[in-house]
Design a binder for this molecule. Sequence first.
Ligand SMILES: *Cc1c(COP(=O)(O)O)cnc(C)c1O
Length: 403
Amino acid sequence: MKEKIWLSSPHMGEKEMKYVQEAFATNWIAPLGPHVNGLEEDLEAYLGNNVHVAALSSGTAALHLALIILGVKAGDEVICQSLTFSASANPIVYQGASPVFIDSEEATWNMSPEYLEIAIRDRIQNGKKPKAIIVVHLYGMPAQMDEIMRIARRYEIPVIEDAAEALGSTYKGRAVGTFGDLGILSFNGNKIITTSGGGALISANEEYIDQARFLATQARDHAPHYQHSQIGYNYRMSNVCAGIGRGQMEVLPQRVNQRRFNFDFYKQALGDINGVQFITDPGPDFYSNHWLTTILVDGDDYSVIDIQDALNEDNIDCRPLWKPMHLQPVFKNCLYFGNGVSETLFDKGLCLPSGSNLTQSELNRVVTRIREVVNMKKSFKNIANNPISCVTFALVTALAMFL
Ligand SMILES: *Cc1c(COP(=O)(O)O)cnc(C)c1O
């Protein structure tokens, strides 16, 4: 078996151990400490725009707190992009609220502003004005933030940006996650940088972030004893994990460059294949970290399944796109507004190995394997369509087996 090529594996820099050792040396092993504050400051500096940041135990926890802070309660409706990882939508249900799913638009694969507005109007007409909008920057590609914010402001509905996959991406030169009322990041093991597990909540509203820190540490009132007036959560990041995060922040610009290099390399090496399509930059306003390189496969002679199978046989990790939430059994009773763009993307899409630690020979192996399977399927079809070569093929195959 050839050596495994991973989809997106953790990639440590040089300083992570130094920070973790510091945490041990000072016995700050708790879910708070100097590295937690340090990581928050690093992120605030990186994201700019006067945002405040709370470091948390996961991106999912950050989304959950965002909904609580915006007052989402049982019986409410929350709008959410359908083409995403389930973690974008699950916290809506934690609150007893219902997701209303919105289709993608073709340029970014993210929330369609058109269907967003149609959904808002429909829900208002039905007396169910949505409490929040969760927009995702999928695979690092920024969503159409101008239009989405314009619509959200027109109807006075707060926006949460799920930037779990998009640290390092910008829209009109501004970091994604800083446009909405709140934004979230993830530092899970497969993301562009990792704290092994972790996340962050972002907001220009300092009160929101203070509230998040309060709720994330069991909502303790100011009192000499343990007193609680609200339900709290154990969602803070530990000082050890934050130490890893501080090391990772030092190499984030390199990680973004490497992921973008992967995308350019694949596009260069595979872009000429008929039926393999790359998401093209919708314009200079969009700067993607290209967390994962994705392709759409629509060949006459081969399907995305053929490519997926061939890569897997060669011990190369690859993955279909996220299955849209409105197609998920668990969300089958939820409302959905759209015209099938996300379904088509799901049918044709594939995520290629995209780690920032991939070697050139690993990237070459992926490309070679894809070219092989495409050529094989093409020549097979040519043979099948031609009776004479069909006989020749059978004879040659029989001869080869005999020998
Ligand atoms: C990874 C991810 C999350 C969840 O982050 P965790 O840190 O794993 O909880 C949320 N949304 C999207 C789009 C993600 O990719």
